[in-house]
Design a protein around this ligand. Structure first.
Ligand code: NDP
Length: 416
């Protein structure tokens, strides 16, 4: 049965499709693939030649999304560190990417690297470990390194990547200290290479839609943001083991997931905080929290007078919630920062509405954004300076908690 047959007969109600001037038709014509049937269009009296019940090629259909670039034009990415996040989220996302392709792997475990390479079609000549990493400079297939190592290793591998002449896409938090972030930014400038921090939520469709609605004034002037990110830190999970070691993680729940609460407050208000106040609390005598903190409750004050009431926790059941309250309504993302299945609800003068947002891989979107930024020599949306701002604010929150008083932030320093 052809596309236009219904119950064995030609379905003329579908002729609208043939007449449309939408993306499919335009795309078909730009590719020179529009047949006479498409070129003519016309009303009921002037039907295009309809398909018959025999196998036949047809023009490119209306496309719901752009096709990927030709493989030779996509940028080559090397993934550095084959842990839980790299294997479960990032490597599979290359399949949805349009301008990025996986070409190399860096791992301290050769056997794992070979196994992963064989599944993802990575050439075994393009496998490196942490000792041979610098040889990546001689590999023209690699344009970008994606650093997915424990936080304290981000700075070293970013700087080494820049020395090797590669662009760098680095996981959050950008690094452990402000000085490390500054060194990374400087190294990128000196090498004339781009740096982006992997703030996936800024590419997640529900968050993007929430930001758009706030900016367009749907909930009125924004006065309050609340956001909570929590989960149970599991000492049996290898991915959580380095998170209990301060010299590798840099901090506890605040560094790891509180950064999502902080980001939400910053991207929803569109402002930089001028004052922070933090309080830290640990489950008593819990060996998980010998070196890093468990729970942090923190507040931000913004120049407009907006405030944010935020939290992070390693000892409460999973929560990933963001809420924005304005004069005319409110907006809830719950969950707001899951890998998929986020939900956006808006309460405004029009009533309460669960917003339908088309799912799209936030991982492929952020990687492609960076590849495009490199190809077109543009600044990425979340460059190193964005990561530096967050690390500076996180450090101020720790200081506030330690001194048990609010800490004022130098807004000019945060944009330097
Ligand atoms: P994992 O522990 O699962 O992976 C880290 C990998 O780093 C290891 O598998 C190992 O790879 C490599 N590594 C090198 N040196 C060490 C070391 N001394 N100790 C431990 N691992 C080492 O962690 P995650 O994948 O959960 O996190 C990695 C990074 O990704 C972190 O910066 C984290 O914040 C970020 N992340 C971001 C998320 C997001 O949503 N944006 C979600 C989860 C994590 P190998 O064996 O190949 O050498």
């Amino acid at each position: 049965m052809t596309l236009f047959e219904k119950d064995g007969r030609l379905d003329l109600s579908r002729r609208l499709f043939l007449r449309g001037t939408g993306g499919g038709l335009l795309m078909g014509s730009s590719l020179g693939l529009v047949g006479p049937a498409f070129a003519q269009g016309g009303g009921a009296g002037n039907l295009p030649e309809l398909p018959r019940s025999r196998p036949t090629g047809r023009p490119i259909p209306e496309m719901e999304q752009e096709m990927p670039m030709e493989p030779g034009r996509r940028l080559g990415w090397a993934v550095v560190g084959l842990g839980k996040f790299a294997l479960n989220q990032i490597l599979p996302s290359f399949a949805e990417s349009r301008s990025s392709k996986l070409v190399a792997l860096v791992s301290g475990n050769r056997q794992k690297a070979e196994q992963v390479a064989s599944r993802y079609g990575v050439d075994t000549h393009n496998l490196y470990d942490y000792q041979t990493f610098d040889r990546i400079a001689d590999n023209p297939d690699v344009d970008v390194t994606y650093i997915i190592l424990p936080n304290a290793l981000h700075a070293e591998y970013t700087v080494r990547s820049f020395k090797a002449g590669k662009h760098v896409f680095c996981e959050k938090p950008m690094a452990v200290t402000v000085e490390e972030c500054e060194t990374m930014i400087r190294a990128g400038r000196e090498a004339d290479r781009k740096l982006m921090v992997a703030y996936r939520a800024q590419f997640e469709p529900h968050n993007v839609e929430a930001i758009r609605r706030v900016r367009e004034g749907e909930i009125g002037p924004l006065h309050l943001v609340t956001s909570d990110h929590g989960r149970i830190l599991d000492p049996k999970d290898p991915a959580d083991q380095w998170r209990m070691v301060k010299s590798l993680a840099g901090g506890g729940s605040l560094y790891d997931i509180g950064i999502y609460s902080l980001q939400a407050a910053r991207y929803l208000t569109g402002e930089e905080p001028v004052e922070v106040f933090g309080q830290i609390s640990n489950v008593k005598d819990d060996p998980r929290f010998r070196e890093v903190e468990d729970r942090v409750a923190f507040q931000l004050r913004f120049p407009s007078g907006a405030v944010a009431n935020l939290s992070s926790s390693y000892s409460t059941a999973s929560v990933k919630r963001i809420q924005a309250f304005g004069e005319k309504g409110s907006l809830i993302l719950d969950p707001g920062t899951e890998y998929e299945g986020n939900k956006l609800t808006v309460q405004s003068e029009k009533g309460r509405q669960e917003v339908k947002v088309k799912e799209q891989s936030q991982f492929a979107a952020e990687m492609d954004h960076f590849s495009q930024s490199v190809m077109e020599n543009r600044n990425p949306k979340t460059p190193g300076e964005e990561g530096l701002r967050d690390v500076r604010i996180l450090q101020a929150i720790y200081r506030s908690a330690q001194e048990a008083k609010p800490v004022t932030l130098d807004v000019t320093a945060s944009t330097r």
